[in-house]
Write a protein that binds this ligand. Structure first.
Ligand code: BG6
Length: 494
């Protein structure tokens, strides 16, 4: 989705740094392929894949085809694939070697028909700085046409390093050239939060502290750390997921309606939310944030190793694979309403859910049960496993008496066989079109770091212990200590 009318798609050279890595194989290459299937890639577009592996062109093409076939299965289209594969050139080399930037520059300059390029840094955050500087030294920041640079999250590893990275970027590129990516913003169901809130007069009047008891945002994954331990073991779940994806979801749930549906107006409102999040004092961190790591267990009946036994994890690592945190948004609308955020790997189910729990009615008329034991109303906005919305309400049980029971209004977000672009497809297309609406402004990133920095600092000092949970569970019970009231608990089901 673009928030404004999309500009014309520009033919460009799409350069992927880290093209042999996981993100490229799992997300970027399949997304580019699907865009080609949909006829969205401009005819003259070429893709330059840069990787450390000393592969020949043929090795690369084999890897490319395997990645695409793995993700597309039966949908693999041999005719489109041939066109797609012909767009690629593979450049093997070390990121630290100036020669590859010269090769890149020569290739880009040699093509007189197309002066535009996008550099996608699908790299470890620690490599960003050097690549940015080397692109500048090779003159690739100030091109003949439009050159864009795309930086994957996490943007920095704390507020100071994020600022430093931003300075480096600005030394070499103008803000209009910079795309800070958070792929959750490309998800249609995430964008749908805005429509759900601001296009339904039925909903918006209830969306505040007078009616809402608390908000839960959960992103539970069944997958483990897979082959990404090199990065993940240094990042942990707080940096990998909460600082970006979950806080972005929180801002969309909590923000005020913007004056217009324009990118900067939206970002202004999101920043206001982040600025209103109450800073957590060091002495109360444990009451607001909880971390843990998965031990051995089983997922859908299949035994899986614990985090410590995964390849590439440092001995005695205390990187968190589960994090839960409680935040308060101190503004007129939300004062006193807790926002519980939770994410983890190797959890019982794949579930991404925004769950809004409403307050009890002021008086219970229909049952002998004490008010606090009556199930309250919930609004559930699900991103995974289904893209759907659910509202739980009370209705009268049929028969004599006035007992109530819960009924659900369920709505699937898609009708029938409707398909949409996946998050990375949307965002890659936006990059090619030069549309930055769904990318982050630096102040969003900065304020999000401000929110999590106190937790990070606290945990950095506590290096000898981390709670564990069996893989395939919902995380440790101790995470429940974040709840303000006994009647509050994690919502694990739709
Ligand atoms: C990425 C994280 O940003 O998001 C991964 O680095 C995580 O660790 C992934 O698995 C989850 O994305 P999605 O779209 O599958 O919810």
């Amino acid at each position: 989705m673009t928030l404004q009318q999309p500009p014309q798609a520009l033919p460009c050279h799409f350069v992927i740094f880290g093209a042999t890595g996981d993100l490229a194989a799992l997300k970027l290459l399949p997304a580019l392929y699907r865009l080609d299937v949909g006829g969205h890639l401009p005819a003259g577009m070429s893709i330059i894949a840069l990787g450390r592996r000393p592969w020949s062109e043929a090795d690369w093409l084999q890897h490319l085809e395997e990645s695409i076939r793995r993700r597309t299965g039966e949908q693999f289209n041999a005719r489109v694939y041939r066109r797609f594969a012909a767009r690629f050139a593979y450049v093997a080399g070390d990121l630290h070697d100036p020669a590859i930037y010269q090769t890149l520059s020569d290739r880009l300059c040699a093509d007189q028909s197309c002066a535009h390029a996008a550099f996608y840094l699908s790299l470890k955050p620690s490599d960003f700085g050097e690549v940015i500087q080397r692109l500048e030294q090779a003159g690739l920041n100030r091109p003949r046409g439009l050159h864009r640079i795309v930086v994957e999250k996490p943007f920095g590893e704390d507020i100071d390093s994020a600022r430093q990275l931003n300075r480096l970027l600005h030394d070499a590129f103008d803000e209009e050239q910079i795309y800070r990516i958070d792929h959750y913003l490309g998800k249609e169901t995430v964008q749908n939060l805005l429509v759900f809130r601001f296009a339904n007069t039925l909903i918006e009047p209830l969306w505040n502290r007078n009616y809402i008891d608390h908000v839960q945002i959960s992103v539970a994954e069944q997958a483990g750390v897979s082959t990404r331990a090199d990065y993940y073991d240094k990042a942990g779940a707080l940096r990998d997921m909460l600082q970006n994806h979950l806080l972005q979801l929180l801002t969309l749930v909590a923000m005020e309606p913007p004056p217009a549906l324009e990118a900067d107006a939206l970002r202004d409102e999101k920043v206001k939310v982040l600025r209103s999040i109450r800073p957590i004092e060091d002495q109360v961190i444990n009451a607001h944030a909880f971390r843990a790591q998965y031990g051995p267990g089983s997922i859908d009946g299949v035994p899986v190793p614990g985090y410590q036994d995964e390849a590439g994890v440092a001995p005695h690592s205390i990187a968190e694979t589960f994090v839960a945190a409680k935040f308060y948004v101190d503004n007129w609308r939300w004062r006193g309403v807790p926002f519980y955020l939770r994410t983890g790997k190797r959890l019982a189910q794949q579930l991404s859910l925004v769950a809004i729990r409403f307050r009890h009615p002021p008086q219970q008329l229909f049952r002998e049960t004490p008010l606090e034991f009556i199930e309250p109303n919930w609004v559930l906005l699900s991103l995974q496993p289904s893209e759907s919305m659910h509202i739980e309400l009370h209705s009268k049980q049929p028969g004599l008496g006035m007992d109530t029971r819960i009924i659900r209004l369920d709505a699937s977000y898609r009708r029938g066989r409707e398909k949409t672009l996946e998050a990375y497809e949307t965002l890659l297309l936006d990059i090619m079109e030069g549309d930055r609406s769904l990318f982050l402004r630096f102040d969003e990133v900065e304020w999000a770091w401000r929110v999590v920095d106190p937790i990070l600092r606290h945990w950095t000092r506590q290096r000898d212990f981390i709670h564990t949970y069996p893989a395939g569970s919902w995380g440790p019970l101790e995470a429940d200590r974040l709840f303000d009231k006994l009647e509050q608990s994690w919502r694990n089901q739709l």
